[in-house]
Write a protein that binds this ligand. Sequence first.
Ligand code: SF4
Length: 658
Amino acid sequence: MIKKLMKNNTDKSDLIYCNSLTSYSRFKARIVNIGNVPLGGDNPIRIQSMTNIDTMNTIGNVEQAIRMINAGCEYVRITSSNIKEAENLKNIKNELRKRGYNVPLIADVHFNPKAAEIAASIVEKVRINPGNYVDRKENAKLKYTDKEYDYEIEKIKNRITPLIKICKQHNTAIRIGSNHGSLSQRIMNRYGNTPLGMVEAAMEFVCICEELNFYNIVLSMKASNTKTMIQACRLLQNRMIKHGIIYPQHLGVTEAGQGDDARIKSAAGIGALLEDGIGNTIRVSLTEKPELEIPVAKTLINRYSKRINKPVEKRPAQIITSPFSYKRRKTLNIKNTGSKNVPVVIADISDKDKAFFNSEDELKMMFKEIGYNKKNNKWLKNNRACDYLYIGKQKIKFTHPDSLYLIQDNDIFDKSKNNVFPLFQGEEYFRCDKKSDKINFVNITLKNLNDKFINKIKTDPTAVLIFEIQAKDKVRGQRKMFFKLINNNSETPVIIKIKYNELNKKQFQLYSSIDFATLLIDGLGDGIWIKTDKKYDLNFINNTCFKILQATGNRFSQTEYISCPSCGRTLFNIEKTLTEIRKHTHHLKGLKIGIMGCIVNGPGEMNDIDYGYVGSGKNKITLYKKDQIVKKNIDEKYAVDQLINIIKENGDWIDEKI
Ligand code: SF4
């Protein structure tokens, strides 16, 4: 059915995945009881995380779980890959209860039905992976006839029936969690390694559970690529709307990595869905201590706790025509903006005083913060050198880098100056003669953007709009503006400009990631301009812009790391290893390096990366070039050096410019 839907999506109702694109409206999912912490319905969005030490270490798990709970974690997941580990969940649970902690526990099983069945009689929820719970790679065929396919579904039913029976007896919930990195060969043969394949894999299990009268189900669609993850979750929601039962969704960007990059990537993926009212529980997965995930998750969901939730009786037709696959809005190519150009980044120093603009030292320092460094009288730029600098009514007398274009208010714009371009306010653009022949920026607000304005400006081959949003609900304000352009068939490029007031640094970073990602993921926006009322340093704001563009797959300015948060299956220190690998390889712009704790998701993820570092036994590492093994089971001590050698041998290494 979904296949038909994807092929023939001209009917806009087939594209519906949320209650509304223009007002905040949370989906009411079915309530699933997980111990004493219910999920779905009007319950708050729940926070969860996972311990990352050996499941046989009872006290270690208990103490780590307590640190997580004290930080605000509402469900604690523990890996249970075999029977022994599943049985040890009892000891962990008893010890936690003895110490007064009643938090529901979740067994993370993936592919071992026996372990799942044992765990289901002990803990409150069991996570299984439809990609490998029944289907085995070694038995996979290249092609399945419909009859063979149906036979495999029957096999799933037989395999899952005992688990469902136990879950019913113990009131245990199940999460059916598709991972982009571990889809079965059977699903991939039919649907590809795609969001559709992820949804289809989970829905097969859902239909079987329903046939068995079991509805205590939570679903998840995880991927390390934010676009894939968002598209899969939207498609799942669309599928559930048609199916008639909305199960709660667990959201997470898997293998997001560590530090700011991982926080921004998680905010982009999770936040873009929360914005559209999708998601009932979230996990921010970081390659760091699990308790450090909780404040990030809290900051994300706090944004929605006071949002006015508008119930929508009748869902409007979609204006975004490709919510399940990426399609950038078609725009004109104006200088380096729009069309196939990567989204540009604009830095703003218009609020600096005259003394700042007169100080060569201050200016030099500022240029450094936005990616330009003067050495031997030459300007060098790094991978995060911003494209435009807005200086308002000021002038820069000091020679600035040639490749950095300045934007000045139109009333003081001097046409004779090279690489300086004017900014106009709305209608004033049409009244003014002093314009650039190359590129003119026109600031416009939702209130002033009307059909007459759009149609007048859309034939201008030099005009780039700046959408400035004052409203509290930034995403929907911006969307409304984009929809006006789309409805008028305008191809004028747009810079998204958002100002944030009264946010601390962490909120600023996470909330701006959500807002820009929600728009960029739908192909809206040819550039970004972020402002804040706080005096955050320019370097921090500039880096945030570039990291958002990287997290949404729109512009790459550094190495991309796909790194799992680790769990009881990890047999090496992944956090330390990732830090070490980042230290040596962070400058390899455009390269994707995967660092995975074990072979559960490891090899699957290798399809999508350039080089891989995967745990394959106690302190043993297997190195990959794409999905091909290059070195097997080498000692952890030499593995980082060997990885660098492999990158060098394959011609992908460049020395870092200081
Ligand atoms: S890939 Fe990482 S988080 Fe996933 S199961 Fe393996 S070790 Fe655990």
